[in-house]
Write a protein that binds this ligand. Structure first.
Ligand code: CUK
Ligand code: CUA
Length: 637
């Protein structure tokens, strides 16, 4: 209890010291203006990098440009988004289907970009949902969520979504241990009974996610993860906490042991084992939701069964390595030799050597075991320790020049240190209390290390006050010199945990400008005004509608009755970049729709009253945008 209290005190003190200090990051006027030049992207010019930031409790992803810090877009993923109608349109509602029912909100933490040969390839962005465990795949051609898969037997899907070097697997680790299979049992009897499955999701030949297997680990909490890369490709590393398996007052009870574990998993061995028929098919029910770009429609399939592996049944595949208690981040350097574990209650970082881990495994140099899983020796696997580097280390990124950068939440700073000598070479304050940090490509073999973005949890006085809550704040540092230089603050949306950055050149030429109308296979498409019609089927009315600058067709609809269920299936006939049209109907509680060129979307309207009711385009699309409107006549039943 004492430690915990002290930590909170320290947070307050650190915060105070920093807020009394120089709030602009200690820049004199001249320096500030040269920093301004570094982030200045002249009107009409493009940024050098994309930054995809998780939205935390917003459930979505925001897209920023670096170095300008300009926000370009919010990509709706796990949450309904009235701006576009995502999760409201009939086509996208199935994206929120889960085994728990319709869940139109999520807590999105860790985005990761697909890789080929250890380099970011710019095809997809993956992101996890913590609360109702799911992983999403977003296309970096359309910037749309194309797929969401639920993770069965998991709870608090936090050690996710991290991608291996050839996107062989997207890995999802559970934070909460829970009964597996779920059952009614006393919470106090969790010890030894709960499980913490780690899920390995592959991409199948059709480009879709499929759960290949689950590693049914003992019931610790699995917090964060990163894949091995380069020489450690084929392995995956996770941090665990609460190895005490406490079920209450974790702040006290989960800090009893001085050490928790890093889990080292040889996934290549497990994949082989499963490919040869290993593992046990166990019951599982989970939703798999796929958005099809040709029909512009999502379908949800309820899947049954997963392959489960007991970590003890595959020799040489799973090991525990002790780490100072309650670790958080788990990061792997670009060479793959060093695995960095940060103890969030500690001042030190433990750095493990992949070579030493392999030697320890070969020599069976075990300290003992936990639930039959060998525990390697702490000292013998350690490559080094960065000592007294700061308070509350959380996450580390790399620049590919032999340096690592670690965030310290409590002392509110980013610390730069050298791999191999473990010496601290620079530290810069963050405003305030930084969580993750991101260097574009910082978790690949080849970081593109010009900038570092710190994602801060507390904003306080950085911006004009906006009521009791301020948006979180990111800070951009120039890391090309010996010392990091704070360039810029910019507000972020929701709560960015991790972010993924990539050179714009790897994406921008592949971005889709519009959907080909010829390829539109939506069942209710109207590809020209001559195909528009109104079809009644009992009390269901299907309106096949089109939109083009600057009218709807049809724009006068009669014959609708109170009690009807009207489906507006609206196709945007435009074949040009950046000409969406909107559709909104008076009194409709289903959100407006924003329909991309060549796309069809459906809105349902159930008129309650007789009259003549207008609809209009919501997006200012041409000089005659305001004329883009129509009426529906509603008569008594
Ligand atoms: S967690 Cu948020 S600061 Cu979800 Cu990656 Cu460490
Ligand atoms: Cu179409 Cu405004």
């Amino acid at each position: 209890m004492k430690t915990i209290k002290n930590i909170f005190l320290l947070t307050a003190v650190a915060g105070l010291i920093l807020s009394c200090g120089n709030n602009n990051g200690g820049k004199s006027g001249a320096m500030a203006s040269s920093n301004a030049e570094k982030v200045y992207v002249a009107p009409g010019e493009h940024d050098e990098y994309y930054a995809f930031m998780s939205g935390g409790y917003s459930g979505n992803v925001t897209v920023y440009g670096l170095p300008s810090g300009r926000m370009f877009k919010e990509i709706p993923v796990f949450s309904q988004f009235p701006t576009s109608g995502y999760g409201y349109s009939e086509e996208t509602k199935p994206m929120f289907n889960t085994s728990f029912g319709f869940v139109p909100w999520g807590d999105a933490h860790h985005p990761d970009i697909s890789q080929t040969n250890g380099e970011l390839d710019g095809r997809w962005l993956f992101i996890n949902e913590n609360n109702t465990p799911r992983i999403a795949r977003i296309s970096l051609a359309t910037f749309e969520t194309e797929e969401i898969i639920e993770i069965p037997h998991s709870a608090g899907n936090h050690a996710s979504s991290f991608v291996t070097e050839n996107t062989e697997y997207i890995v999802a680790g559970t934070r909460f241990a829970v009964p597996n299979p779920q059952r009614d049992m006393p919470i106090s009897e969790m010890k030894g009974e709960f499980k913490g499955p780690l899920t390995f999701i592959a991409i199948d030949d059709s480009g879709h996610m499929k759960i290949d297997f689950q590693l049914n680990m003992p019931g610790f909490n699995y917090d964060l993860a990163h894949p091995g890369r380069n020489k450690s490709h084929g392995w995956f590393f996770f941090t665990s906490y609460n190895t005490e398996e406490a079920n209450t007052l974790l702040e006290v009870n989960a800090s009893q042991n001085d050490k928790d574990y890093i889990v080292a998993v040889n996934w290549q061995k497990l994949a082989e084992f499963v490919a040869n028929g290993g593992g046990k098919k166990v019951p599982a029910t989970y939703a798999h939701n796929v958005y099809d770009e040709k029909t512009h429609t999502a379908t949800s399939t309820m899947m049954e069964g997963v392959t489960s592996i007991d970590p003890r049944e595959v020799e040489g595949a799973v090991y525990y390595i002790p780490i100072p208690k309650s670790p958080h981040g788990c990061d792997v350097d670009p060479s793959g030799e060093y695995i960095i574990g940060s103890g969030k209650l500690s001042t030190d970082l433990s750095i493990y050597s992949f070579t030493k881990i392999q030697e320890a495994i070969a020599n069976k140099d075990y300290e003992g075991d936990a639930y039959g899983i060998p525990v390697l020796n702490y000292e013998n696997t350690l490559a080094g320790v960065v000592t007294q580097a700061g308070l509350g280390p959380l996450h580390t990124e790399f620049d590919g020049r032999g340096n690592a950068y670690t965030t310290f939440f409590i002392s509110s700073e980013v610390v730069k240190w050298k791999l191999e000598t473990w010496e601290v070479v620079d530290r810069q304050p963050t405003y305030y209390s930084v969580g993750h940090l991101m260097i574009p490509g910082g978790n690949s073999r080849t970081p593109d290390a010009k900038y570092l973005v710190a994602m801060n949890k507390i904003t306080k006085d950085r911006y004009l006050p906006t009521g009791p809550e301020l948006e979180h704040s990111a800070q951009l540092y120039d890391i090309t010199g010996d010392k990091m230089e704070l360039l810029y603050d910019f507000p972020t949306h929701g709560e960015p945990h991790y972010a993924a950055g990539i050179a714009a050149s790897k994406i921008k030429d592949n971005v889709k400008k519009y959907y080909d109308l010829e390829e539109n296979n939506h069942p209710y498409v109207a590809k020209s005004e001559s195909e528009t019609k109104v079809v009644r089927n009992g009390n269901e009315v299907h309106v096949y509608m089109t939109m083009i600058r600057s009218h709807f067709s049809p724009d006068n609809i009669e014959g609708i009755k109170v009690g009807d269920k009207v489906y507006f299936h609206i196709t945007n006939l435009e074949q040009d970049f950046d000409v969406p049209h909107g559709f909104s109907m008076i009194g409709a509680n289903t959100s407006e729709l924003l329909i991309m060129p060549g796309q069809t979307k459906t809105s349902i309207w159930e008129p309650k009253r007789e009259g003549v009711w207008p609809f209009y385009c919501t997006d200012f699309c041409s000089a005659l945008h305001q004329e883009m409107q129509g009426y529906v006549r509603v008569s008594a039943k």
